[in-house]
Design a protein around this ligand. Structure first.
Ligand code: ATP
Ligand code: MG
Length: 139
């Protein structure tokens, strides 16, 4: 099934000029970029995006970090895009990430882990809508 998923190249990766290298890995996996932009989230915008993690102990640190610098947000489309992207991202904690994944190659630690990807069709839809209007996506 063709799916869409939201990708964020996080501040740690953008700060190290890794957008191109990460987008290359995404494209080599066969995922199509159908929308893309660079944004610098405010703390409130980061808190809104990660609202599901509000009760987690790392919420303040995570949202502070996510609003600390620019990010590259994109919508990826392809067969099974949600799971496919999570597979090439690798485990949340880079110490557990498999060889060949984005997080294995670039993540600094469990928080500064270079990329975000939606985890299910419902969250993908909400997250895409958080950043992009229909007009901003190539159809
Ligand atoms: P993402 O949602 O960013 O794609 P994920 O689904 O692999 O990552 P989640 O459990 O949804 O992981 O956590 C969201 C983000 O919160 C992680 O990507 C990471 O940046 C941060 N995070 C998760 N667990 C921890 C932790 N124990 N300590 C610090 N930060 C954490
Ligand atoms: Mg997640």
């Amino acid at each position: 099934m063709t799916q869409r998923t939201l990708s964020i190249i996080k501040p740690d990766a953008v700060a190290r000029n890794l957008e191109g290298a990460i987008l290359k890995m995404i494209q080599e996996a066969g995922l199509k970029i159908i929308a893309i932009k660079m944004v610098h989230l405010s703390l409130e915008e980061a808190r809104g995006f990660y609202a599901v993690h509000q009760q987690r102990p790392f919420f303040d640190s995570l949202t502070g970090y996510m609003s600390s610098g620019p990010v590259v947000v994109s919508v990826l489309e392809g067969e099974g895009a949600i799971d496919k992207y999570r597979k090439i991202m690798g485990a949340t904690n880079p110490e557990n990430a498999e060889q060949g994944t984005i997080r294995k190659a670039y993540a600094l630690d469990i928080e500064k882990n270079s990329v975000h990807g939606s985890d299910a069709p419902e969250t993908a839809e909400t997250e895409v809508a958080y950043f992009f209007s229909r007009l901003e996506m190539v159809r």
